[in-house]
Design a protein around this ligand. Structure first.
Ligand SMILES: Cc1cc2nc3c(=O)[nH]c(=O)nc-3n(C[C@H](O)[C@H](O)[C@H](O)COP(=O)(O)OP(=O)(O)OC[C@H]3O[C@@H](n4cnc5c(N)ncnc54)[C@H](O)[C@@H]3O)c2cc1C
Length: 498
């Protein structure tokens, strides 16, 4: 309250000031103000409102460097999971069409994919989700404000409209859920001028054509995978390794499959410059980090997938003393999502050390709402979160990579159970199943606690969800995930299914 009093005279001087009527119950306009209407922020605000809290959520989309904009719902709905998974599905259908002939379907020798049709359908679905979120907020009596939020103090948020109109809101608690945005390389001439990112790709009306994807994160490989699947000439440029942080044997299977599927990989190379030729084509010059040799090729599009940066700059966190991680720029939070400033919380991609995933942001947001409403003390459990990479051969995993398991338990302290397998649907279609694989990493001693489980193959997302549920409930019931249900223990790497 002291901070609130200190700030008041300054707010009176603000132009076009609109102060919301205070609720009758207390000192503030709202019980909760959430900045950011993405996966975490929407879940938190809706849950809090259902628990009887007076809630407002601010969401504001800064257009991408290329001018792409979208609606309410955040990254996942507009420029992440949803359009990505739908475009991945478009690519899988292309493979299914090829398989279909072997299964007796009569169709023309060549089939073509039309980007504009796919993009329009995907974008229409995303717009329906934007609308659905607005309706849900209204139904649940959450005040939605299309304003860019920043903090004036631990109980006060300033919202700025596109036209520059300011609105001040006060709240008992403030939640920051502003997510992140893709980065552009800063040292490469032409990179920002001629390139695009994942913030643009799903909203293109015309096909990106022959595309260079720079980076080897899951976003890079997923985009390259669906480009290849819908018939685009696609190259991935990798500086060092693919899928950093994931199990590297599995990453190798994913990229091997992609190479066999038609995606070109330029390994150990870094782009030097991007020039637009008079023909409109983009000429990319890169150098091979091993030989030092320079190479060139031309593309219709260059997609930078070189990481994401947290959206903290415009939030006024410095003045408030909210602690950030200096390396990542993310907000440091405790197990209860609390920041270093009382009454200010952060969740989702903006918070340090959390998985950058929608389901965890949603769950953490709901649990935070319960705690803030005094309904529960339950904390989010971020252990053993399953995740899937939607590459042409999907890869799902839960728990530790083999590298991380070795680091924590020593090479002798772990035991790996594994199997290559052939999905039945690959047989008639005569598809190569060389990269379809499962491995389970266990502690060698005791009751062989499962440390990590990795799977490549069709429907990996569904498969790994089932396994992770088993793993979690085994941990919950016995304090350990036990591999004995899969295969008796032995001293070396063991085949699970012969
Ligand atoms: C290409 C791609 C594919 C992905 N695929 C998956 C997947 O398959 N599965 C998965 O689980 N996750 C996936 N993710 C990650 C997922 O999208 C994020 O983890 C998730 O959206 C994070 O939610 P959030 O609430 O933290 O932030 P966001 O969803 O990013 O929402 C933040 C919102 O806050 C707004 N905002 C920012 N600053 C302000 C401000 N000052 N005032 C008001 N509003 C502001 C932003 O515009 C945005 O709307 C993917 C991401 C990308 C980029």
């Amino acid at each position: 309250m002291a901070a609130l009093c200190r700030g008041r005279p300054r707010w009176k001087r603000l132009n076009c000031l609109q102060v919301f009527t205070r609720n009758f119950s207390g000192k503030y306009d709202y019980d909760l103000v959430v900045i950011g209407g993405g996966s975490g922020g929407l879940a938190c605000s809706k849950e809090a409102a259902q628990l009887g809290q007076k809630v407002a959520v601010l969401d504001y989309v800064e257009p991408s460097a290329k001018g792409t904009k979208w609606g309410l719902g955040g990254t996942c709905v507009n420029v992440g999971c949803i359009p990505k998974k739908l475009m991945h599905q478009a690519a899988l259908l292309g493979t299914a069409v090829k398989d279909a002939k072997k299964y007796g379907w009569q169709m023309p020798e060549t089939v073509h994919h039309d980007w504009a049709t796919m993009a329009e359908a995907v974008q229409n679905h995303v717009r329906s989700l934007n609308w659905g979120h607005r309706v849900q907020l209204q139904d649940k009596k959450v005040k939605y404000l299309n304003l860019k939020g920043s903090l004036l103090d631990e109980h006060t948020v300033r919202g700025l409209s596109k036209a520059g109109k300011e609105t001040i809101l006060t709240a008992e608690n403030i939640v920051i859920a502003t997510g992140g945005r893709p980065k552009y390389p800063t040292q490469i001439p032409g990179a920002a001028e001629h390139g695009i990112t994942s913030d643009d790709i799903f909203w293109l009306k015309k096909s990106p054509g022959k595309t260079l994807v720079v980076g080897a994160s899951y976003v890079a490989l997923e985009c390259a995978g669906f480009f290849t699947g819908i018939g685009l000439d696609t190259t991935v440029m990798v500086r060092s390794i693919a899928l950093r942080g994931f199990d590297q044997q599995m990453a190798g299977l994913v990229t091997d499959y992609m190479e066999a599927y038609g995606t070109r990989f330029v390994w150990r190379s870094v782009p030097k410059r991007v020039d637009k030729l008079s023909s409109g084509a983009l000429q990319v010059t890169w150098s091979d980090t091993e030989t030092g040799m320079e190479h060139r090729d031309t593309y219709n599009s260059v997609l930078w997938a070189v990481g994401r940066a947290p959206e903290t700059k415009a939030l006024g966190l410095d003045q408030l003393g909210v602690q950030l991680n200096k390396q990542t720029g993310k907000i440091v939070v405790g197990p209860d999502e609390a920041t270093s400033v009382p009454h200010v919380y952060a969740l989702g991609d903006i918070s340090e050390g959390r998985p950058e995933l929608t389901p965890t942001a949603i769950k953490a947001g709901k649990l935070l709402a319960h705690r803030l409403a005094g309904q529960s003390t339950a904390l989010m459990n971020f252990d053993n979160v399953a995740t899937t990479v939607f590459t042409p051969l999907e890869y799902g995993c839960v728990g530790l990579s083999e590298e991380e398991a070795e680091r924590r338990h020593g090479k002798e302290g772990i035991e790996v159970f594994h199997a290559f397998y052939k999905p039945l649907e690959f047989t008639v279609a005569e598809r190569d199943a060389s990269q379809c694989y499962i491995k389970v990493i266990c502690e060698r001693g005791g009751d062989q606690k499962i440390l990590g489980l990795h799977f490549t193959g069709p429907n990996a997302g569904e498969v790994i969800q089932g396994f992770s549920m088993g793993l979690q409930s085994a941990v919950g019931q016995t304090g350990t995930g036990d591999a004995s249900c899969l295969q008796p223990s032995a001293s070396t790497t063991i085949s699970l299914w012969d």
